[in-house]
Write a protein that binds this ligand. Structure first.
Ligand code: GRF
Length: 232
């Protein structure tokens, strides 16, 4: 349980579409499970459902259409100004479909994170689940990472893994991944809010974030072939 007196992370969330990740953050923040206050939700698409979700939760929701600006930097300046007006310290991208330039990233240096529906560095870009299927990967998942100037190339903070099943299509795999997105994004924001996420070059150290002691195989072999116990 979060100490109600503790200082909360002032977060801005950028969305372009449905906003189910935004919803998971709104729910976790609203119920006090994570020490985060969503100060404002911005969308480059005025009709994004994410804006409605924000309003329904009583969070300021602002549409800033990139089409109204002549170039990326003026658009980003409008984003930066609005985020600052709302006292935002950290920015979470949640299905935000515009690439951000160094101009924006400098304004929130090392304080912009994103969630991606693939196990990076595999399958960056816009179709993570489809690419994992087309490639024939046995595992997929999602990644929360710092945003840098590349496309889905920033240092990785956390990943969740799901199996690719024989009958999967893009929608089925996408939903399995999305369910994990809704778990890890609020969790990572809690870790950030608690000051437990530290960047060291490309590697990210999570204080108190001991990794699971397991290996998984898909398809799983029978136990008598290679028992899941340690050999010495
Ligand atoms: C998610 O799959 C996320 O990983 C990707 O965009 C999608 C956004 O979904 N960056 P939603 O708008 O949060 O439902």
């Amino acid at each position: 349980m979060t100490d109600p007196g503790a200082k909360k992370l002032a977060l801005g969330v950028l969305v372009s579409g449905s906003g189910t990740n935004l919803q998971s953050i709104l729910d976790a923040a609203g119920s006090g499970k994570i020490p985060v206050t969503i100060k404002v939700v911005l969308s480059n698409r005025p009709k994004a459902k994410g804006l409605d979700r924000a309003r329904a939760a009583g969070v300021p929701a602002v549409a800033i259409s990139h089409r109204k600006f002549d170039g990326r930097e003026p658009f980003e300046d409008a984003l930066i100004t609005t985020l600052r007006e709302h006292g935002v310290q950290w920015v979470a991208l949640a299905g935000f479909m515009r690439l951000l330039t160094p101009h924006f990233l400098r304004a929130f240096q090392d304080r912009v994170v994103n969630i991606h529906p693939a196990l990076l560095p595999s399958f960056p870009g816009t179709h993570g689940p489809r690419q994992a299927l087309d490639y024939g990967a046995r595992w997929s998942g999602c990644t929360v990472h710092f945003v840098d100037e590349g496309t889905d190339t920033g240092p990785i903070i956390a990943q969740a893994v799901v199996p690719v099943l024989p009958d999967d299509d893009e929608a089925a795999l996408g939903q399995r991944i999305l369910a994990q997105e809704h778990r890890i994004y609020p969790w990572v924001l809690k870790l950030i809010a608690e000051g437990r996420v530290h960047r060291d070059g490309r590697r990210v150290r999570v204080e108190g974030g001991d990794p699971p002691q397991l290996g998984a195989i898909n398809p799983p072999p029978p136990d008598d072939l290679w028992p899941p116990t340690r050999r010495t």
